[in-house]
Ligand binder design. Sequence first.
Ligand code: GLC
Ligand code: CA
Length: 584
Amino acid sequence: MGSVGELNDCSPQHHKWWKNGTVYQIYPASFKDSNDDGIGDIPGITSKLDYITSLGVDIVWVCPMFDSPQIDMGYDVSNYEKVYPPYGTVEDMQTLIDECHSRNMRIILDLVVNHTSDQHEWFKESRSSKSNPKRDWYIWRPAKYDDQGHRVPPNNWRAMFTGSAWTWDEHTQEYYLHLFASEQPDLNWESSECRKAIYESAMEFWLRKGVDGFRIDCVNMYSKGDLNDAPITEPDRDTQNAGLVWCNGPRMDEYLDEMNAVLSKYDAMSVGECPFTPDTDKVISYVSAANKRLNMVFQFDVVEVGSSHASKFESKPAEDWLLDFQAAVTRTQQLISGTDAWTTAFTENHDWSRSISRFGSDKPEFRVAAGKMLALMLSTLSGTLFIYQGQELGMVNAPLSWPIEEYKDLDAASYYSQVFRNTNGDPTALAEAKDAIQFIARDNARTPMQWNSNTNAGFSNAKPWMRVHDNFHELNAELEEKDERSVLAFWKMMLRLRKVHADLFIHGDFEPLGKPNTKTFTYSKSWEGQSALIMLNFTSEAQPLEMLSGFGKVELLISTADDVGNNLAPFEGRIYLAASRPHL
Ligand code: GLC
Ligand code: CA
């Protein structure tokens, strides 16, 4: 079995492997089905490792493949030490780990330990009686009673998917807490026994098998403070948005220190999911190298542009969304300016819709250009770069024509049924709800990978668990591999350039340039006397090229357009290299 030490360091300089490495995220259900049951699986991933290597990525991140009743697509784990049978076995995982290592790639898993499934043995024991030794491994509270004597939950928190964050347990006559679905009870990190079990079962079990680290789900939710009511922002509702209350509680640093002690035994990397943290200093405290807590986090600034915490599906994309986008990119990039912190660059994952549809254009005439422009942007951003499966092909949101039945995720389903209930099934309201789902729902990222033009896009010979996008005849890996002007070919080139100019693109200082506007985004990257100028057109019209005089002599490194003209073509992106650091 390959261990980290035997692998080549993927960084050309002294930088840590997890800084210079590009990560490729895999959603097992939708990647590749090896045994024709319509569900992607671990042997399917292994069979595609040569494709993944050919992209020029260094680290594979596999979304939860643990045993699970799949209420939330595996983010409800019933056994950390077993693989969900339709995905394969622990032996299949060992093969995948070893095969990644033999290709000089590393592999990280999802660590989902804010909650388990209600089918996990720990929860079954915990709910069996108030005196069970694992009772305090979960968060149980007695009921409260309102003025009329009705039983009400212990606080006003609304769960992420919908409804109260508390579910009443008839058997033991108490409520348990779940920040997500009721089938995802929150673990009680206050219990040191429980923490020890988490480190052993969810972390060391896999680290010993050679995994190189974790993407850590909901990492800032383990310490929830005193479970106080959230401020009332929606007086007409029983439950309130409480993310800012339940995140970043007082014992977070202590828990992260303990986790880091486990990770560092294996030189394992950590990237934590860090929502609801607008305070940059707080973020820095998690990812400062000196603090030794997490290597990096995912901030939600960029992916949340054009959506709101309060009600993701009700937010309409604003005309001037690009201003927010530029500000969000700038904030997350500048996390590392003058600090010892590290950041991440990503625009897609399994929780958001496709970036071309959100931030570019998925119209057939612009899709390829927009995909390349976004690839050019991401590849020049500092921090560890994360690409989500299908992003390298320029995959887009589900078609508008799909009926609601094609959407499978509980998030979209609970929103749609809420609209149904609130409007008595009003057709106009339901049509609007479906449009919102088509724009922003997580399902858009979960349609099967498009491998070729054969049946079901080569994903499976059986009916896939989720419908394949209608565009797979024109958009698939096999076609794009043969086409040097494809989004795929462009991504491969950009990932190479990112390594060639690692100082500038991966580590450089980011500076937004020019007046923020709603059409173009211009910035520079600088590192010890070198600098690059990046210009991006986010519109479907040509935009004037405003060369910035402070740059002096510049040389075009690459453009997404076939013909480079005096204007920026629709959705064109360009990189110029400057001979010396600009004086702007
Ligand atoms: C994270 C995951 C998401 C999941 C949630 C609950 O946000 O990325 O997919 O639903 O945690 O585990
Ligand atoms: Ca399968």
